[in-house]
Write a protein that binds this ligand. Structure first.
Ligand code: 13P
Ligand code: SF4
Length: 311
């Protein structure tokens, strides 16, 4: 919990710097509480492109802040914890793209999950997030889709869009891949009526047991609006903060129970983003994001096409 002095200082700094704070659901609760907008990757990218301010503090990992900078190049974008990176964002060899382009020619689209470097985005035709990937893959004119970097999201999208041929890369999210099916089933055994809600970054053998599959926002919405009393959440624990807030606002506090697999899924990078660091970066104007000009134009095009096709 942040002190009253720190909260007052934060408000003053925000006004002085003409700042807006965006936060992903996976960051520490006190950082979420400081945000003007909390959301999933897609919502935050839309906000970054649309809001009007001089300074944008992005409480999230590097690829999220970089996307915000690409979509809003005239703002100063600050990261409260500049070393917070997503390991999956680097899991691709360029050769994988070259070989697929060589093999399938014009009938191939490279579809890039936003959890990726700018360089990867620039090599791609379009970006997607977990909440719009299905829609965008369906709308691509090409039959062959090289889906990078996440194999599990790619595999899930292949199941949803069987008319396309999806070529998988071998990237993965270490936090979601570590979710053990045995631990999910153990909670189900104790609470047989529980609704299993999973993020599509989980492996297929976990998704097989899910009653609902969706992005962080989708999972939150399913838990808040559901009439069921018990839920097993297969994504990063940070979403619980927003779920509890919304459940309380709906007047259902104490009526619902939320469980995670026994080994609580925590993203170590997102967990480093605290409320204190949000205030500190605004105070020092530190952690400014700059994008490598060599990839900026290509990466921006892929992100802008995502915003267009997701409508
Ligand atoms: P969302 O698109 O659901 O916000 O997911 C982002 C992410 O990094 C999941 O691990
Ligand atoms: Fe990356 Fe996984 Fe963390 Fe999301 S949860 S930011 S995919 S490491």
């Amino acid at each position: 919990m942040l002190s009253k002095e720190l909260l007052d200082e934060f408000e003053e700094l925000k006004a002085e710097r003409d700042a807006i704070v965006l936060a992903h659901y996976y960051v520490q609760d006190d950082a979420q509480d400081l945000a003007d907008f909390v959301g999933d990757s897609y919502f935050l990218a839309q906000k970054a492109a649309a809001i009007d301010c001089k300074t944008l503090v992005f409480a999230g990992v590097e690829f999220m802040a970089e996307s915000a900078k690409l979509l809003s190049p005239n703002k100063r974008v600050l990261m409260p914890e500049p070393s917070a990176d997503c390991p999956m964002a680097h899991m691709l060899r360029k050769q994988t793209i070259d070989e697929a382009r060589e093999k399938y020619g014009d009938d191939l689209a490279v579809v890039c999950y936003v959890n990726s470097t700018n360089q990867m985005k620039a090599w791609s035709d379009v970006c997607v997030t977990s909440s719009n990937a299905q829609r965008i893959v369906e709308r691509m004119p090409q039959h062959h889709i090289l889906f990078i970097p996440d194999q599990h999201l790619g595999h899930y999208i292949q199941e949803q869009v069987p008319s396309k041929h999806i070529i998988l890369n071998d990237g993965f999210c270490p936090t979601h891949e570590a979710i053990e099916v045995g631990e999910v089933l153990a909670v189900k055994e104790e609470h047989p009526d529980a609704v299993v809600c999973a993020h599509p970054e989980c492996a297929a053998w976990v998704l097989e047991h899910a009653d609902y599959i969706g992005s962080t926002s989708g999972i939150i919405e399913r838990c808040v609006s559901g009439t069921e009393k018990t839920y097993v959440i297969c994504t990063v624990h940070g979403v619980l903060h927003e779920i509890k807030k919304q459940v309380a606002a709906a007047g259902d506090e104490g009526q619902k129970q939320f469980f995670f697999p026994r080994t609580t899924p925590i993203c170590p990078n997102m967990a480093r983003i605290t409320g204190q660091k949000v205030v500190a970066c605004l105070r020092d104007m530190s952690g400014e994001v700059f994008v490598d000009e060599r990839y900026a134009e290509g990466a921006r095009k892929a992100l802008e096409l995502m915003l267009e096709l997701a409508k």
